[in-house]
Design a protein around this ligand. Structure first.
Ligand code: ZN
Length: 257
C-alpha cells in the first residue's frame, strides 16, 4: 500500500475541505444547506443543474470506473480480486485511485475486520469517511488501471483526425486508434510514445535492437503484421487516405474482428 501521503492531504485531494463553498459556483453556503451530487457539495441552485455525465465531461468530477477484469492486489499479505469494484482517480492526484465510497460496505463484508481496518488505514474508526486508495505500484502484476492515463501523453502532441476512434484498451502494450467508425473498413493504428526514452522501455521484439517506429498501421486489431511502420504522422494520414481497404482486405478483417 502507498503510505507516503497524510490523511489531511488526501482529504484535500478529495475536495472535502471546501464544504462550505459550492463546488460549482463557489458561492459560500451554510454547510447544512449543501446538497451532495457525485461527491460534490453544491448549493441549492446548482444541485441537479447538470447530470452526472455532464459533470464528468466538464471535468468537475472524476468519472466512476469499474474494474472490469481480474485485478489482483494485496491487502496486507492476502491477495484480493477487485473485479466488479468501482473506483475513481483522486482529484489533482492522478497517481492515486480510491475505491468508490459506495462500494466500501461490500468490501467490508468481503474482508475480515482486521483486513478492512488495514485496507482503510484505520480511517474507518475516525469520524471521517473511510477510504481505500492505491498507487500504480499496487498493480504491478495485474491489470493496471493507470496505464491509460499515461497513454494520453503518448499522443498529446498529435492532431488526431476527427473520424478516428480511440480504442485503447488497458491490457494492450500501447494505445491505439481505428481510422474510422466502421471497424471493418478501418485500419488499426498503434501509437508509441514521442519520447524515445519511453520507446526504448517499450522495447518491441518485432524490431530487435532497433528503436521501434512510433506508428504502426495494421489491418485490424489482432492482425499479426504491419502494413506501414513510420515515425511520420503525416505519412500515416496520407497512407490511410490513399489506401482505402479493398474487398479482400475487408473480408480478411471480418474474419478477425
Ligand atoms: Zn452553486
Amino acid at each position: 500500500m502507498f503510505k507516503d501521503i497524510t490523511k489531511e492531504e488526501l482529504i484535500k485531494f478529495r475536495g472535502a475541505d471546501s464544504m462550505s463553498n459550492c463546488n460549482l459556483c463557489n458561492k459560500e453556503v451554510d454547510e447544512r444547506e449543501t446538497q451532495e451530487q457525485c461527491g460534490l457539495s453544491l448549493c441549492l441552485s446548482c444541485e441537479g443543474k447538470y447530470t452526472d455525465k455532464e459533470l464528468a465531461e466538464q471535468g468537475m468530477i472524476n468519472e466512476v470506473k469499474t474494474f472490469e477484469v481480474d485485478t489482483w492486489i494485496l491487502f496486507d499479505r492476502d491477495s484480493f480480486n477487485l473485479k466488479g469494484y468501482r473506483y475513481k482517480f483522486c482529484e489533482d492526484k492522478k497517481d492515486l485511485l480510491e475505491i468508490y465510497d459506495q462500494d466500501l460496505p461490500k468490501l467490508k463484508e468481503e474482508l475480515s475486520e482486521y483486513l478492512f481496518e488495514w485496507a482503510t488505514d484505520g480511517s474507518s474508526k475516525d469520524s471521517l469517511i473511510p477510504f481505500v486508495y492505491f498507487s500504480e505500484d499496487d498493480f504491478q502484476d495485474t491489470y493496471n488501471p493507470f496505464k491509460g492515463l499515461h497513454w494520453e501523453d503518448y499522443y498529446a502532441d498529435l492532431d488526431m483526425p476527427n473520424e478516428w476512434v480511440n480504442v485503447s484498451y488497458g491490457n494492450d502494450e500501447l494505445p491505439s486508434f481505428i481510422s474510422q467508425k466502421d471497424i471493418h473498413k478501418a485500419y488499426h493504428i498503434w501509437i508509441n510514445s514521442f519520447n524515445e526514452k519511453v520507446r526504448k522501455e517499450n522495447h518491441d521484439l518485432d524490431f530487435g535492437n532497433e528503436l521501434a517506429p512510433r506508428f504502426n498501421i495494421t489491418l485490424c486489431y489482432g492482425s499479426g503484421y504491419d502494413l506501414l511502420s513510420t515515425n511520420s504522422f503525416d505519412e500515416v494520414i496520407k497512407w490511410i487516405k490513399e489506401n482505402p481497404k479493398n474487398k479482400q482486405q475487408i473480408k480478411e478483417t471480418k474474419e478477425i474482428v
